[in-house]
Design a protein around this ligand. Structure first.
Ligand code: PA5
Length: 462
């Protein structure tokens, strides 16, 4: 199991002004946290609560369908191309970057054990899209278009471009190269996919984009590139069981949520930095940033009062960003809580040769890069504590399916508990919808004419 070390948020270590008396805070919030956890678990099966993501670890049916489809198409395609944005892409990117062999798309088919390369188009940059389309053989490419709403302009414009190209190149057969993951009933993509006869997978009801990584949104791409999704499911289930414990002293998601919440509301640490010491985990921070920002950044609380809450998440990578951000974190404003992710065992052990022994770098010889990266994680944590800066560390035994699933699920539950502490709706995103609607208006979508008029006048004055 992954673990959480929060010693360096303690006032004994970093002083009263910046630190928390953890024992006392846990005791004070014991009942509140217990009620929150019990309530989440009780509401998770009810419709309209947006808590169905808590059941995804048990969805054997989805696992069966994605595995069956993946095995059917394995030999037909050299490439998988995912079209999606936000919650429809970030989980896939984070998990495949963490779990596939590094530089996967540069490996030969044999080195990939026969599985395809994987590409994510999660932006609408005309240059990068054109560049990618120039190198992909569409005949050998399976396109998975993922959008829960079925109408997101970025994803649907990508889909329209690629569908058109594919039809021109492949004739009627293009349909076999497209698979859609979308809502079961509603949305433009659902309608088109049914008309066109694509294979489809479902984004379940009551699962928001940023909580959808363990639905077919993530599981299908994972199965297509040969990740062990049974181990992913085991990781979620074991973590879910552990997080059902209503005792804050035993529940790491509750501990992470409460510490983040108190650091923000009591100690002014309104910036939350996620800093894994592992290149493979770099995109876990991107995924977390969206989860934390869209879930907790809200204008009104559940009572309808204007509160404008939400800690600002920031991504960093150890050791790289020690040479970029740590100067600020040590000596700049003391307004951050940094969460490190530390990997105990890497897949490879890389020894530094004993050369240049009588120079200033001779001390490195005979050590491993593994020793070096973890020494840097430990020394950065201690240095930050010397400056009275709060940090926590999530420890992972190794980067594999089981542990990554545990980590992501734990962070989802942490976010849900934090949302309850802030007393906001964790699962809506009115701020995202507002910008989406303005885009529809600007691009001339029917029904958005008034909004377009209003927007144009604002753009002139801006
Ligand atoms: O988390 C969310 O709800 C959002 O980030 C969505 O995932 C994102 O806006 C994409 O939406 P859709 O999946 O409907 O295309």
């Amino acid at each position: 199991m992954i673990s959480l070390n929060y010693g360096n948020v303690n006032s004994i270590v970093i002083g009263e002004e910046n630190g928390l008396n953890i024992e006392q805070e846990f005791l004070e919030y014991k009942e509140t946290i217990s009620n929150i956890i019990a309530d989440l678990n009780q509401r998770k099966d009810k419709l309209g609560q947006w808590l169905q993501w808590m059941n995804l670890g048990y969805s054997e049916e989805t696992v069966w369908y994605v595995k069956e489809f993946a095995s059917m198409v394995k030999d037909r395609f050299d490439n998988v191309l995912i079209l999606g944005i936000g919650g429809s892409a970030l989980g896939g990117i984070a998990v495949t970057e963490a779990l596939l062999k590094p530089y996967w798309n540069l490996l030969t088919k044999e080195q990939r054990n026969g599985y395809p390369r994987i590409f994510f188009l999660d932006n609408i940059d005309p240059d990068s899209m054109t560049g990618l389309l120039q190198i992909l053989d569409l005949n050998k490419t399976l396109v998975n278009v993922i959008t829960k709403s079925g109408s997101t302009a970025e994803t649907m414009s990508q889909y329209m471009i690629i569908k058109d190209l594919m039809e021109k190149e492949l004739g009627d057969d293009y349909r076999k190269n497209i698979v859609a993951t979308t809502d079961q009933r509603i949305g433009v993509l659902r309608q088109l996919a049914d008309q066109e006869g694509y294979k489809t997978f479902v984004v379940p009801d009551d699962v928001g984009g940023r909580f959808s990584v363990f639905s077919a949104v993530g599981l299908l791409p994972f199965a297509l590139v040969g990740l062990d999704i049974d181990r992913i499911m085991s990781g979620i289930k074991d973590m879910d069981l552990a997080l059902k414990n209503t005792d804050i002293f035993e529940n790491i998601a509750a501990q992470g949520a409460l510490i983040n919440y108190l650091m923000d509301t009591k100690k002014g640490k309104n910036i939350s930095v996620m800093m894994p010491y592992s290149s493979r985990l770099k995109y876990i921070s991107d995924w977390f940033v969206q989860l934390w920002a869209e879930s907790l950044g809200k204008e009104v609380n559940k009572n309808g009062e204007k509160v404008n809450v939400g800690p600002t998440p920031v991504k960093a990578l150890g050791a790289t960003d020690q040479h970029s951000q740590i100067q600020l974190y040590n000596e700049g404003p003391n307004n951050k809580l940094i969460t490190f992710i530390r990997v105990n065992n890497f897949d490879n052990s890389l020894e530094i040769p004993r050369i240049f022994e009588y120079t200033g770098i001779g001390y490195l010889g005979g050590k491993t890069v593994n020793d070096l990266i973890n020494a840097e994680a430990d020394s950065t944590r201690v240095a930050l504590a010397d400056y009275n800066r709060p940090t926590m560390t999530i420890n992972i035994d190794r980067v594999d399916e089981y542990n990554i699933a545990q980590l992501l699920y734990m962070l989802e539950v942490q976010t849900a508990i934090a949302g309850e502490l802030y007393n906001i709706d964790t699962f809506n995103q009115p701020g995202v919808e507002q910008a989406k609607n303005y885009t529809y208006a600007l691009m001339g979508r029917a029904g958005y004419e008034d909004s377009a008029q209003n927007l144009k006048s604002k753009m002139i004055t801006a």
